[in-house]
Design a binder for this molecule. Sequence first.
Ligand code: YSA
Length: 338
Amino acid sequence: MTEVQDNEVTDSIESVEDIKLAAISALETSETSEQLESWRVEFLGRKGRLTALLRGLGSLEIEDRKVVGAAANRLRGELEQLFEERITRSKSSQAPVGSIDITLPGRKPAHGGLHPSTQMIREITQAFNEMGFQTVEGPEVELEKYNFDMLNIPADHPARDQWDTIWIDSETRSDVLLRTHTSPMQARVMEANDPPIRVVVPGKCYRYESTDATHEWHFNQVEGLAVDEGITFADLKGTLYEFARRIFGPSRKVRFRCDFFPFVEPGVDMSIDWNGRWIEILGAGMVHPKVLENAGYDSSKYTGFAFGMGPERISMLRNEITDIRHFFSNDLRFLTQF
Ligand code: YSA
């Protein structure tokens, strides 16, 4: 080997060492995926520094080329391994997907609220509770006997047409139905208790009828019943006036008109003044002597009054809701307003 060739080998080996030092220090400071990629291109790429060094070995003797080539290839192997390790380290130091940033403000937990029908029912029953009425509840799946018969509505009575009925299919009996009103609870309460009685009965009712803005096929009612010695029509009017005063305010006008229900005599309906129009909100009357007798009461000794109202209709008036079907359409935009 001449002195010139000897120098060339030494330079080439030094170049391999230089590349190694430069590569190691550059790799340590490469953080982002872009930086790591440009490091790979600079040191390991087809046009990178190591490849350029290897291509420049042509002027060396074959034996010298082998020495420098082996050193350069060793370095390529080392750098490839360091690069892989660096990539692995960089991935594991990144935050895992879905991790929690505890500095962010917390999410507000969604909380439910009372359905507008429930709110209205509670307001109505509370008004009566404060007047001495007790709240009781009864079955929605009811017997024909309580829904009709004990209320003086016999099988062939035309009044049954008023309450188109949803019957329950049963192989064993044909007298089971979804109650069409809460009035069957009048019969059940009287059957199970002696006077004096003062109850209100909220609950769901079902009718086989088509729906429109003021009629649903299922809706709520609040029934009222008071039975004792000496109860008169004046008690009925006084109680319902007081109820209207509490729900609609002291200056709201109220009107009673004659109406017919087979289980009362006389029967009335009550309307309230709404922007100059009379809107009916309930049916009522003095409990029919036959209904008292059906429950085993002495109708010459006891009298009573009863009423039934629709809380959805009352809520519609109070809240200016134009369509009763909003109540049960499960639209949160409607429900969350209450
Ligand atoms: C009458 C006299 C009594 O001594 C006791 C109770 C009654 C009320 C009777 N049981 C009854 O159901 N009468 S009603 O058919 O006129 O309904 C009473 C109230 O329920 C109505 O004023 C209305 O507010 C509501 N209602 C009736 N059908 C409805 C309805 N609400 C929504 N959709 C329907 N389809």
